[in-house]
Design a protein around this ligand. Structure first.
Ligand code: CAO
Length: 272
């Protein structure tokens, strides 16, 4: 079937046909009639359960924290080379070595000087925890979970990699338990392993700071001789509880962490 569309009648104010040049009549246009699809979908209400329900509670509490944001760029060119050298060695011992163990160890190396790592805020009490348990946001089969590597102050980069491998295996099979998921004192979120450059990470209460790591990208940068070189660049986005950590403290901490990552050989001097 077709609808016939007639040309519109001449406008009332149009000049008389006598004064107009002769025009061809507009042909009538025929458009096909399309049957409208019938939508049968229904809205569904689903109660939140388990980890997802916990996330609603935690993140609602988190937004009561006055977040201070600070972002910087880190040149990881030397670390990329170092990891390349150590990756095979680590794999020979049966352990996958990503960048995270370096990021975690270096956070511990200097973060403790600034009250960023062990401090947790409970009501108006600031608890300085002796153990530095660094949490990692993990994209698991059960959704976002944040297990933590316990007592990073006692572990080598390799031992942190072992822990990370263990937690990733558990996370992939939905087996991370309370022991791994509680007691964190600082969190790192490597969203860059999925993509993106900058983030606005949300502090996991009662912790007082969190860092989000962007994708390591190969970009042109100037070296010390003003030459353009190929650099492996990562952006870091910190959020800190401004009731406890001020901007200058966060900037000084971030500078030190960045310096170690940009000159990874220097960490050999300080690693315990
Ligand atoms: N940029 C570029 N490459 C990266 C990268 C980054 N930021 N981070 C990791 N990679 C690389 C690794 O080096 C590894 O490469 P190789 O295959 O060459 O070794 C590869 O990506 C896979 O790494 P991985 O993801 O298995 O391991 P990881 O230790 O780097 O990260 C973990 C572990 C658990 C942090 C990560 O898997 C993950 O879940 N990330 C998502 C975190 C998240 O969801 N954050 C948001 C929280 S708020 O909603």
């Amino acid at each position: 079937p077709f609808h016939e569309i007639q040309p519109p009648p001449p406008a009332a104010s149009a000049p008389s046909s006598a004064s107009m040049p002769k025009m061809k009549p507009t042909p009538s246009v025929q458009l096909p009639v399309v049957s409208r699809p019938v939508f049968t979908g229904k809205d569904i209400t689903e109660p939140l359960k388990g980890f997802h329900k916990a996330m609603v509670k935690t993140m609602t509490a988190a937004l009561k924290i006055p977040h201070f944001g600070y972002k910087d760029e880190v040149d990881l060119t030397r670390l990329v080379q170092l990891r390349k050298e150590l990756k095979g060695l680590s794999e020979a011992r049966g352990v996958k070595l990503s960048y995270m163990p370096f990021f975690i160890k270096l956070i511990r190396l200097k973060g403790c000087l600034f009250g960023l790592l062990g401090d947790v805020l409970i009501c108006l009490l600031l608890l300085h925890q002796a153990s530095h348990n660094i949490g990692l946001a993990m994209d698991t089969s059960q959704g976002l979970l944040v297990p933590n590597v316990k007592n990073v102050q006692l572990l080598s980069v390799f031992e942190i990699a072992v822990e990370l491998n263990r937690m990733q295996t558990l996370g992939a099979t939905g087996q991370l338990g309370t022991a791994d998921l509680t007691g964190g004192t600082f969190t790192l979120s490597n969203i860059g392993s999925i993509g993106g450059t900058y983030a606005k990470p949300v502090i996991l209460p009662p912790e007082v700071a969190i860092g989000a790591l962007g994708k390591i990208q190969v970009l042109p940068r100037f070296n010390s001789r003003d030459e353009v070189v190929k650099a492996h660049v990562m952006n870091v986005s910190w959020s800190a509880d401004h009731r406890i950590i001020d901007g200058a403290t966060m900037a000084r901490f971030s500078n030190l962490w960045r310096d170690y990552l940009e000159n990874p050989a220097s960490m050999v001097l300080d690693l315990k």
